[in-house]
Design a protein around this ligand. Sequence first.
Ligand SMILES: C[S@@+](CC[C@H](N)C(=O)[O-])C[C@H]1O[C@@H](n2cnc3c(N)ncnc32)[C@H](O)[C@@H]1O
Length: 257
Amino acid sequence: MRTRSDIRKGSMSNETPPKDDAQAPDPSSSRRPRMAMTRKLPDPNDYADQLLGEWSEYAFDEERAPLMKGDWRAKAFGVGKDHPLDLEIGTGNGYHFAHLAKKNADRSVLGIEIKYKPLIQSIKRAVVGGAKNARILRYDAGHLHDLFADGELNNVYIHHPDPWPKKRQWKHRLIQAEFLVLLHRLMRPGTYVDFKTDSADYFEWSIERFHQSPFKVTRETRHLHQSEWAGENFVTHFEKIFLAKGQPIHYARLERL
Ligand SMILES: C[S@@+](CC[C@H](N)C(=O)[O-])C[C@H]1O[C@@H](n2cnc3c(N)ncnc32)[C@H](O)[C@@H]1O
């Protein structure tokens, strides 16, 4: 296992540089990833230390993660090119992430999380819980083009993304027309995106864009817990909080045909 000081010295010699991907323009390139470099933090907290140190076998910081682009299956999971690779965006404290990995031992499950504490909580919960097929990375999910090649991903889960409710914040919302075009390109045919939110406003914003996107909307409900899909739903940490307040959960499935 690499120590934190190895990584701070920049010893990444066994990793290949990112491939030249000039033919695939990044639809999100007008916005740069909004995150600090973990290795350069002047005063890293324990979770940042664990990302670079004891958990670095399972967790990739924002410098290592882009080096895996196109090769996540082989380099991070040691599986073949046809093995399913699912992605959860914004794992939070990882209850669903760990559940997904444990329930699907025959799939590889990757999480993306920008904050250190939930990132480490998520990967610990999965690995300590017995999952061998879970990895996580730290990055701004608005920049998936930096991380994945076309057709690299199978199913994608987006549960309760930050709603950015004020008009001047809407530009920070994950769901944007360009993001959906990119996500569609990064996913394999025959896969899907599951999207849930407690915010009615963000759902209406999103569903409008989903219907205009290259995906096919095959599930759509403004009350998941009263819908035909309630039985198969896993209640996430945030969902539990909003359910306790009596708020309905909005849900859509987008198929990548
Ligand atoms: C509201 S929480 C939901 C967590 C979890 N999915 C759940 O349902 O309990 C949103 C999570 O997304 C993460 N997040 C927000 N913006 C992000 C970004 N641009 N890239 C990656 N993760 C992000 C936050 O750190 C937070 O953990």
